[in-house]
Design a protein around this ligand. Structure first.
Ligand code: SF4
Length: 526
């Protein structure tokens, strides 16, 4: 016998408890006298609320520490520089203490754009606390970041002074290291001189065409923006053209890549990256005091190498702190005979691994189709006559020498007539059409040999073992935590200033970790 069910309207085809539950609920609602009423959510509405700005962030919040630290600094230089700005007298609308605190807090949180800080001022509690719940315009922030170069340099000096007084800097041991940070330019923005000249002609024509527009047309906002963009492009290209003079001095004749200049950031250079690739970058040199990891100097250069940057790094430390470091520790990229001698002259103990340069004195023949039995090692040196004898018994006489970073390379050459008529020439020097075969003999410079001996001692090795942690921590922190893997500004001067902001922030974070109340866990690793 089947079960009879009442089928309600809308429940046709539904069997079982589902519709029965709904029916039960409806009946229960009816029993309560109707449907329940809930508060409506209206996300379109505008509302006013009362905010206690002081209580927006906790007592231990890093923004309070930054505000407190910046408050200890003498910022009168900003006011002086602001007065010196062409045609614009007076101090900026926002006090320097606030703008500095906003940038330092921004960098410490990985925010390095004025626009992002402006947006955060609208709602983020720490930024609201700093500004007193007001919004600082992005243009004001970005202008402030790169406008006051002297004041920023002085700010770093003041910060170092305060950290010295706090006992955080000793200058007993300073570690210098370089890191490549990408420029604000794409790899494909690099052009040869003729292409830049061509682009500049076009840009000038465009600017002239925009200038020829009637007053009525140029008064429109969009046209004005386009006019400005065309003008800026022309200026960048003019700068790029000037930069070719500098690039020609920097690169060797064979290095074609260096004969190109970026039309986006003409002062950027293509540099080798840690992953082995190449990218438009700047070389940021950082000196870190080993006592507590404070960055005592920072500079930005266009050269990709490190060995030419050691003395200028030490000079920056001396300028910032008025004192010479007792020991300087670097990686092998800084070791050269000139640096060893220079640091000895400055009475600074230099500690770095001594890279073997023997392989760099090899003959240019190696790897150019020369058979293994005719490589340099097959030539026998005779110290008495200071000459080499080749596998065919011919003599290679001394021709000249070249000083490399760590050794002198002596060059010996066979007579052209001996080689051109030699039955094994195709295996020994296949590319030589006019000259005879040459070989090189490397001799380590005396100073380098002594330095190598010093570096073999246990004491030197022990000091060097500390290098990676001390020297690489600021680099890693600036890139990973502050997000400065690429500069947000262009040109050597502005890039140098952005690097200083990052180092300044890093030092304030060190102070927070070591001296300000309880260390905030988010700012620096234990
Ligand atoms: S090519 Fe010249 S250097 Fe080489 S084996 Fe012959 S003679 Fe000697």
């Amino acid at each position: 016998m089947g079960i009879e069910q009442e089928i309600l309207p809308g429940c046709e085809g539904v069997v079982g408890s589902e519709c029965a539950d709904e029916t039960g609920a409806n009946k229960a609602q009816e029993a309560r006298g109707g449907k329940p009423r809930y508060e409506a959510i209206d996300r379109e509405q505008l509302s006013w609320r009362r905010v206690d700005v002081e209580r927006l962030i906790g007592e231990e919040h890093p923004a309070r520490a930054i505000w407190e630290f910046v408050g200890k600094l003498d910022l009168s230089r900003y006011t002086e520089e602001a007065r010196a700005v062409e045609g614009k007298a007076g101090r900026p609308g926002w006090e320097p203490r606030l703008l500095i605190s906003l940038w330092v807090y921004g960098y410490s949180e990985g925010v390095n754009s004025g626009r992002a800080i402006e947006e955060l001022c609208e709602w983020e509690p720490a930024y609201q606390w700093l500004t007193g719940a007001r919004v600082v315009n992005a243009h004001t922030l970005t202008d402030f970041r790169v406008k006051y170069e002297k004041a920023l340099n002085e700010l770093l000096v003041q910060v170092l002074g305060l950290l010295s007084v706090d006992g955080l800097i000793t200058l007993e041991r300073v570690m210098q290291d370089g890191t490549k940070i990408r420029a604000n330019a794409a790899g494909d923005s690099f052009r040869r001189k003729d292409r830049v000249q061509q682009a500049l002609e076009q840009a000038r024509e465009q600017v002239a065409a925009m200038e020829a527009l009637s007053e009525e047309e140029t008064s429109r906002r969009m046209v004005k923006a386009r006019q400005r963009a065309a003008q800026q492009r022309q200026e960048r290209l003019e700068k790029a053209l000037k930069e070719f003079g500098k690039v020609a001095e920097e690169g060797s004749g064979k290095d074609k890549e260096k004969r190109r200049v970026s039309t986006t950031d003409p002062e950027a250079r293509v540099m080798k990256q840690p992953d082995g690739g190449f990218a438009p970058s700047y070389n940021v040199q950082i000196d870190t005091d080993a006592a507590n990891g404070v960055v005592v100097a920072a500079g930005v250069v266009q050269a990709g190498n490190d060995f030419e940057q050691l003395e200028s790094g030490i000079e920056r430390v001396e300028k910032n702190l008025g004192k010479t470091p007792q020991e300087v520790v670097t990686d092998g990229g800084y070791v050269s005979r000139d640096n060893i001698v220079a640091l000895e002259g400055r009475k600074i103990e230099f500690v770095a691994p001594c890279v073997d340069e023997a392989g760099k004195g090899k003959s240019s023949y190696e790897g150019r189709g020369v058979s293994p039995q005719y490589q340099s090692t097959a030539f026998v040196y005779d110290a008495t006559s200071d000459s080499y004898r080749c596998p065919q018994g011919k003599i290679l006489k001394y021709e000249g020498k070249e000083e490399r970073h760590m050794q002198v390379s002596y060059r010996y050459r066979a007579q052209s007539s001996d080689c051109q008529g030699c039955p094994v020439k195709s295996q020994c020097c296949p590319g030589n059409r006019v000259t005879g075969r040459s070989v090189h003999r490397g001799e380590e410079l005396v100073e380098v040999a002594e330095f190598r001996q010093k570096m073999a001692t246990e004491r030197a090795r022990e000091i060097y073992r500390q290098r990676a942690q001390v020297a690489e921590t600021p680099n890693m922190w600036i890139k990973a935590k502050f997000g400065l893997r690429q500069f947000s500004v262009r040109g050597l001067r502005k890039v140098g200033m952005e690097a200083l902001w990052a180092c300044l922030t890093y030092n304030i974070c060190v102070w927070m970790r070591l001296r300000w109340r309880q260390p905030p866990a988010v700012m620096l690793p234990a």
